[in-house]
Design a protein. Structure first.
Length: 437
């Protein structure tokens, strides 16, 4: 849609929670700078909320701008900013905005991961931008560098810490030796975790972000349903201690990689806790921070680090997109759309190649180690190291710690199942993947 020279661009905001409040405030406080960067003024014409009459002293705008009529608001804007979250009715509002010629900027990772193709196709059909940098890793600029800066390269792997809540929990468990439940309670008290932390600790949030990263990095449509997901609820203080003994830390990782299956390229996307050597850059990501590590053929290794959530950090990413789409509108063009030309198959977890750290409680008698080693050999999994810990107060059992070389996840999983069936194995106490080594 052509923009009249000198006329302001009308901006509609859907949602005025933590992020929306920051967006509204920054639109007002930075109006002159934003106008200079965008090439025209950005005029906030309305903020859609459920309760328009509720006082919002922290949002420095005319109270008359608040409205419950989101459907009407999106039809009278040039740019619609969506920071509500969820799937419906947001999907319908975004599609309605595009039908009326508005560019859309969203922070909604769940919607993009679930139904991105519908939104991309609608944006292309109506000739508008759909941007969502804030949907992954908050303030960290990661989507645009992958989409634009690395457009001339081949990305081989994207591995990152993309959920601040889980990183805070695991970091505190490592630093203090505390258990999972008490650390989650601390995160809730500090505002890092919701009252119901399921989306974070079970990996749903990270899985949605992994789907978006994989789609963009590998030019292939990947949905949240394609992502293998494991959370951190089963990570114990003993796991954290075992990692420390191996000079590692435990992190919840989103791992997107291009793999070769039967001689052809494919995509593997997974989210799970893993041991990471302390020498790896991701191991140093503390507290509620996020980081994304990218491996590309020509550029080599790159890392993007910063705050992955919060009102102001996320608003920073949102407004970066707003300025970009405003420039396109002023110039009479569009930014990059969806790139799914590669259309690579997305393979299941079993095809992924990784290493394992396995703790076994076994009978302390001759021949047990040989039985365990035979199981690994039977499944074509090579052992890198093995160590034994014996409790001096217990003369009947021991703990074996086995770290494998790289093998397919399917082979490693079958090995673990076979180990559990051995008479000499009392318990498979812990199984963690090892990444970044």
């Amino acid at each position: 849609m052509a923009h009249e020279a000198g006329a302001p661009l009308r901006v509609a905001l859907l949602g005025c929670g933590v992020v929306g409040s920051s967006v509204a405030r920054m639109l007002v406080e930075q109006a002159d700078d934003l106008a200079a960067r965008a090439g025209t003024r950005l005029e906030l014409v309305g903020i859609a909320v459920r309760r328009p009459q509720r006082p919002r002293p922290d949002v420095p705008v005319d109270p008359a701008l608040f409205t419950a009529d989101a459907e009407g608001l999106v039809t009278r804007a040039d740019i619609v900013i969506e920071v509500v979250g969820g799937i419906d009715p947001v999907r319908g509002l975004i599609l309605r905005a595009m039908e009326h010629g508005a560019a859309v900027v969203s922070a909604n990772k769940a919607l993009v991961a679930e139904d991105g193709p519908t939104l991309f196709e609608a944006a292309a059909r109506h000739g508008v931008d759909f941007s969502y940098e804030a949907a992954v890793a908050g303030a960290i600029p990661i989507l645009r560098p992958i989409q634009e800066s690395l457009a001339g390269d081949h990305v081989r792997k994207v591995m990152g810490i993309v959920n601040g809540t889980t990183n805070f929990v695991l970091d505190k468990m490592d630093a203090t030796g505390a258990g999972f439940s008490e650390t989650v309670e601390e995160a809730q008290a500090l505002g890092y975790a919701e009252a119901d932390p399921t989306a974070d600790v079970e990996g749903f949030d990270a899985a949605a972000k992994a789907a978006i990263l994989a789609s963009m990095a590998f030019h292939t449509r990947v949905s949240a349903a394609d992502v293998h997901r494991e959370g951190i609820t089963e990570v114990t203080a003993a796991d954290i201690s075992a990692a420390r003994e191996n000079d590692c830390v435990v992190k919840l990782l989103a791992i997107c990689e291009r793999v070769t299956v039967d001689g052809a390229d494919a995509v593997s996307v997974r989210v799970h806790p893993a041991m990471v050597p302390r020498t790896h850059p991701l191991a140093s990501v503390r507290d509620a921070f996020n980081a994304v590590f990218v491996e590309a053929e020509a550029a080599g290794e790159l890392m993007f680090y910063g705050r992955g959530a919060g009102g102001d950090p996320t608003a920073s990413a949102v407004l970066g997109d707003v300025v970009a789409v405003a420039r396109h509108r002023v110039a009479g063009g569009r930014g990059p759309g969806e790139s799914a030309y590669a259309d690579l198959p997305v393979v299941d977890l079993g095809r992924a190649v990784t290493r394992y750290h396995i703790s076994l409680d076994v009978a302390d008698r001759p021949g047990v180690l040989a039985q365990v080693a035979a199981v690994f050999a039977e499944h074509d999994v090579s052992i890198e190291t093995v160590s034994q810990q014996v409790d001096p107060d217990d003369d009947g059992s021991a703990r074996l710690i086995v770290v494998t070389h790289r093998a397919t996840d399917a082979a490693l999983s079958e090995t673990v199942r076979a180990l559990a069936a051995l008479d000499a194995v009392d318990d498979v106490a812990s199984v963690l993947r090892v990444e970044g080594a």
